[in-house]
Design a protein around this ligand. Sequence first.
Ligand code: ADP
Length: 620
Amino acid sequence: MSQAHPADLPAAAPRRARLAGPGIRRWVWAAAILAVILAVFLLALRTGNDQVRHAARQRLVIVEAVLRAAVDRSRSLPSVLALDMQVQSLLADPSAPGAVAAVNAKFEAIARASGVAAIYLMDARGLTLSASNWNQPLSFVGSSYAYRPYFLDAVATGASRYFGIGSTTQQPGLFIGKAVAAQGGEGSGVVVVKVDMEGLEGEWRRAGEQILVSDAAGIVFLASEPGWKYRPFRPLAAAETDRIRAARQYGDSDLRPLLAEGPPAPGGSIRLPSAGRAGRGLVEPVAMPDLGWTLWYVAPTGASLRQAVLVAAATGVACLALAFALAAASQKRRRLRAEHSMRLALERRVAERTHDLSEANARLRAEIAERERATAALRATQDELIHAGRLAALGQISTAINHEINQPLAALRTFLASTALLLERGDQATVRRNLQRMTEVTQRIAEIIRHLKDFARKTGPEHREPVRLAAAADAALDLLRVRLRAEGVTVECRIPPDARVRAEPVRLEQVLLNLMVNALDAMRDVPERRLDLCATREADSRGGPIRSWRLAVADCGSGIPPEHMAQIFDPFFTTKSAGEGLGLGLSLSSLIVRDLGGSLTAENGTRGAVLTLVLPAAEA
Ligand code: ADP
């Protein structure tokens, strides 16, 4: 089973929360936005309705004043006419010639002047004696209105006020009645002024207002909308319907109720049946107790509803914009948080890796230090071994040295003894020759010791340095310049300038000098002398790094006889006559070269000997 990386764990929990969270959060957000929209809608609607109600109240004051003015204008007219002498005379004697005509003319003139619909006079039985419309087709004259409440009320109480539909004209109007006493106190009658109020309805309609006026029974008798007229707000009791029908107050109206629920509460809202534009409206009533009427103003709420919807829609849009902005901000915050935690995890991982690396580094350093210590110990051991090896080599050649030095010493002793005898004899010439020979012997001993001293000097790898083979060869050739020229030797030097070996420069020159001197010695008896130096590189593989350099020193001399080949590196082996060679050149050179980590070998070429020196390259 794979294990979660520690850096993944903190990221997993928020991801789970995010998966569970958005659904619920989105619903909460939606509910909150809906609640805000609803609250704003209700507030806007309420504010709009308050404004509508306020405007309705203001308008109602004016409408009431106009309505009252229309009533009041003709209110006192019946009382004035009841005092008129001609009217009273007519009542006293309706058959008096010219009396009816005179009152007719008077009524007609007053009606025209005051703008009322009709003025008429009834006798005690309710029969119309005179009327302002005496000369019109639908004249009241001769008609009996004894059953009409305005007649009965006036007879009973002296005055009456009544709104109803005219039984003759079928025109609605306000009937204002006043009892009239006949002149001389015989008989009585009632004078009635009918006021036409349909003009008001027309004004309301034109103003686009919804206004109703209801009577004490709750029946609408004036309205801006004709369909609302002569209809009670609520269903009437049967007795009441009978009474109204009997009085023919509202003509043949069926008294169908306007609203099923009854008269609206003040400030409430109703929907009136309408064929036109009227919709739901706020109702503001004002009572006119002296007339027994109620004036209703219905203010439409459609505009405030539309405004509230608009405000709510704007709020919704704003809320959505805000929600989107908040969602975008929170998404950005979440992204930044995720990036931050990712960065932290990355940094933690980098820190862990860095810690691992530094630990590995420390381990490596410790290993290197340990290896260096081991290498140093090894090198010290190697140095000791080399030195010991050198001493062993010295031991090996000590026998030869013993022989080489003991012989001259024995010769010296012999010379000394013979010189003492010769001195006694006075043979000075022989003494001088002996002294000369003794000097030569000591010189030879000194030379052997010098060679050995040079070689025995303890040197270590620290004295080695990169040495250009060409430079070392040039230095050795330089020392031999005089002899080369004197013996007419041609030198061919083919050493690449980049050929560099790790060696001690002075000892390398010493080796090269030995090889060149031997070559010149070997070419002493040949007519054409030629010294050839050629260096080639040696690598592990083709194109690989240079491992070592091989320098061949070839001459065209006598060559090395095969029987001498095994001995030429032995100390004190020489084929040269005494005084010319010690026989230490090749043996010491070979030891030096081995010391430098290389090798020295000899072979015969096509003409003469080839001594080959191999040394480690400086780059190796
Ligand atoms: P030395 O030169 O004093 O004789 P070396 O050890 O240098 O001592 O040489 C030993 C011997 O090796 C020489 O005496 C000689 O016989 C032989 N030898 C060395 N180099 C050559 C050479 N280039 N050609 C022929 N013989 C040589």
